[in-house]
Design a protein around this ligand. Structure first.
Ligand code: ZN
Ligand code: ZN
Ligand code: FE
Length: 740
């Protein structure tokens, strides 16, 4: 039998060994370049039983992607079943992602009689660090950052015993031979002291699996306020860690799928609905009905909660905003000195910095906001052979992608590629992913934007280069992960991306496939008054869209800032003539304008803030009458939102609630999407639609668009394996480059 998939370093061989022994089969198993090979001998029903139980009882971290078998001649002298040394040859390795502490290890961690009682680094073949400690391949202890910790005789015996649950578990250790905790400033009991500081409401930086977090007691408003002040982060919600599902249920109203995601080995942050009576401090997620929760996923995290009285901890990535989380000890000590009151660290090196993953349940299924720890480097299957391609992503929420045949390896979250620190992580991520997956790219794909640092990097590689339009890449990303091919309709709504005509796109109806697309329609273009400022101050977008119908009247809009006469004149000149005001069809900016008009948001202090506020407001309302928009036919057709915004103002003045109007805005837009797609269907006969772009992180909009389109007999596809935002764009770039 030849088995490929994630079958190395996940307890697969001991599992096979036990199964064969129980069924009375003889033969052997060994790691091979492509996965695992085994030879089995026994009666037909024993062999059938083996194949059935192999699938049914698979170890939790193992994934079988293919299984081949053939008959061999009888071996009359074979007795017993053995685990053989690995076979050599060309390998196509797959490394497992990091995995949350398993129940067996949790039990030992809490058992005073166990030799690993309260050992902060307890792991086994079913759990613990993987991707974050790999330095090279094959995946063996010497090529992990655990190489610095020689096994003691007891651990060695477990490691060598095929029947032990730690057989060949590379990261295992114990209090005698494992990594050690320390505290800065120094203390005899680092863990005890860190807990005491947290109990007092102080800020402790904690070294975790993929990097450092900043932690404070999430139930202490003053503590959270100090963290916000020191981290200079005013409003963006913090993620909260709780020890178990029981506690999670106290904080949030959980659906069944949300509970399953929280408790999964990937242990992501799941955005869930807060309870009204919650012990969590108001400042954790100001003005939000939602909260990002995760369960304590390492033994060290578990120990922070065990009998300490701490219920919930803010656990926010320790970094400058939009940079990847700090993972280097010296760097962390230097940069966190002014923020954290103490640093709880240890001497196991983090090889690959990896942020927490973030997702939310949309349409009854998980939707990624960020795909990182726990999921990387699990491959995304491609519908065709892509060869060896590197795709470098865009600029914001950057990730990169390397392909190997029909597998696409999307990297962990790298961050906003705007400075040297992030660029450095970007370069190292590409090198590391290439080394571990043994992929030497022969082709590189990048965004068409000439100024992105990722584009510049791609240009310097000296490889054949494919430049991909931003929204085409979004569309291809959704197509690829859904296994789609051929021509279809792409509805791509996001904040910003360079269009084919040199303007800023972001509200696009595209038609085509991987090879090429045409712009069939788009949101009507408008001036971006003040360039980058327009994305931070939503009133500017309201002014821009309403300038044509209202003129001077824009200054009477509720909530408009009071500007000096000269500033007003300047802005009006900008709107008239477009000085320092590029044209855009950005859907993200339309949401900003609507959020401002209904009073949901006055600023975007972080990406997507106004849009999220509008969505949250709309959620509370029953379905009102839609707001109407105007569809101007043509090639491309244009969606004019002015009537929609004016209608919103009128109904607001007539006394309708802002919640109801926020909802009417979402529903009106969803209806416009259907009409746009209908126009395209009439002309082309196409009826498959993919939805992509960061705006589709909006759960309400996604669900409305999906439902409306499905009712009109379209087949609708949304993202499931990668984020709809720019974090998923590298996958689309790679798919397009492969086809070209
Ligand atoms: Zn375990
Ligand atoms: Zn040991
Ligand atoms: Fe985008």
């Amino acid at each position: 039998m030849r088995i490929a998939g994630i079958v190395q370093g996940v307890g697969f061989r001991p599992f096979v060994f036990r199964l064969a022994a129980e069924l009375g089969l003889t033969g052997w198993v060994r790691n091979s370049p492509a996965g695992v090979e085994l030879e089995l001998q026994g009666r037909a029903e024993q062999l059938a039983g083996f194949r059935q139980r192999l699938q049914a009882e698979l170890p939790p971290l193992a994934v079988i992607s293919s299984l081949e078998f053939r008959d061999l001649p009888l071996l009359h002298d074979e007795t017993g079943f053995v685990i053989l040394a690995s076979s050599d040859g060309r390998r196509e390795p797959q490394i497992a992602p990091d995995s949350a502490l398993c129940v067996d290890c949790l039990r030992e961690l809490s058992d005073p009689a166990d030799r690993r009682y309260r050992h902060p680094f307890i792991t086994c073949t079913n759990c613990g660090p993987r991707w974050t400690i790999v330095t090279g391949i094959p995946y063996d202890r010497p090529l992990t950052t655990m190489a610095a910790f020689p096994l003691c005789p007891d651990c060695e015996a477990e490691y060598r015993n095929p029947l032990d649950r730690r057989f060949h578990a590379q990261p295992i250790a114990c209090p005698d031979c494992g990594p050690r905790l320390s505290l800065v400033p120094g203390h005899a009991d680092p863990l005890g002291q860190a807990i005491a500081l947290l109990q007092q409401g102080l800020i402790v930086a904690i070294k975790g699996l993929g990097g450092y977090h900043l932690a404070v007691d999430a139930c202490n408003n003053q503590a959270v306020a100090r963290l916000r002040q020191r981290k200079q982060r005013d409003e963006k919600p913090f993620a909260v860690m709780v020890p178990d599902l029981v506690t999670a249920r106290l904080l949030a109203e959980l659906e069944e799928l949300e509970e399953r995601l929280l408790a999964a080995p990937e242990a992501p942050v799941v955005i869930v609905r807060s309870r009204t009576a919650t012990p969590v401090a108001e400042l954790v997620a100001p003005d939000s009905r939602w909260i990002g929760l995760m369960l304590a996923y390492t033994p060290l995290h578990q120990l922070l909660f065990a009998d300490t009285g701490l219920k919930a901890l803010v656990m926010t990535s320790a970094n400058a905003s939009d940079e990847p989380m700090l993972s280097d000890d010296a760097e962390a000590a230097e940069q966190l000195a002014g923020i954290a009151d103490a640093i709880l660290t240890h001497n196991r090196v983090i090889q690959v910095r990896t942020d927490d993953s973030v997702l939310r349940v949309v349409q009854g299924r998980p939707l990624f906001y960020r795909r990182s720890r726990g999921y990387v480097p699990r491959p995304v299957p491609l519908p065709f052979d892509a060869g060896k391609i590197l795709a470098v992503g865009a600029e914001l929420k950057n990730t990169v992608c390397l392909t190997r045949g029909r597998e696409a390896f999307l990297s962990q979250h790298i961050g906003d590629l705007k400075n040297e620190a992030t660029l450095d992580t970007f370069c190292r991520t590409i090198d590391h992913l290439g080394t571990i997956m043994e992929i030497k790219p022969e082709l590189v794909a990048c965004d068409r934007h000439p100024d992105y640092l990722s584009t510049r990097y791609a240009e310097e590689l000296g490889l054949p280069l494919v430049r991909v339009q931003h929204h085409h890449a979004h569309m291809a990303s959704c197509m690829a992960e859904n296994g789609l091919d051929g021509d279809l309709i792409g509805v791509i709504f996001d904040g910003t991306g360079l269009g084919d005509d040199g303007t800023v796109w972001g509200g696009e109806f595209l038609v085509g496939g991987y090879g090429a697309v045409e712009r069939a329609g788009h949101l009507k273009q408008v001036r971006l008054p003040g360039g980058d400022l327009a994305a931070r101050e939503p009133w500017r977008m309201a002014a821009a869209w309403l300038w044509e119908p209202l003129g001077d009247g824009i200054w009477q809009l509720p909530g408009m800032p009071v500007l000096a006469a000269t500033d007003r004149q300047l802005l009006q000149a900008v709107l008239e003539r477009g000085i320092n005001a590029p044209l855009t069809s950005s859907m993200g900016r339309l949401f900003d304008a609507a959020a401002f008009l209904v009073g949901a948001a006055t600023r975007n202090s972080f990406d997507g803030q106004a849009g999220m506020a509008l969505e949250a407001l709309a959620e509370a309302a029953a379905a009102p009458e839609l707001l109407l928009y105007r569809l101007q036919p043509g090639t491309p057709f244009q969606l004019d939102p002015a009537p929609l915004l004016l209608g919103l103002l009128q109904r607001l003045q007539a006394g309708e609630s802002s919640a109801s109007l926020a909802r009417a805005f979402h529903a009106g837009l969803a209806a416009a999407v259907v009409d746009g797609c209908d126009l395209i269907r009439q002309e082309t006969g196409l009826d498959r639609v993919v939805l992509s772009g960061g705006v589709f992180q909006n759960r309400l909009l996604s669900e409305l668009v999906y439902t409306f389109l499905a009712k009109s007999n379209f087949s609708v596809f949304i993202h499931r394996l990668v984020p709809p935002n720019d974090g998923g764009i590298a996958l689309g770039q790679a798919a397009i480059a492969a086809r070209r």
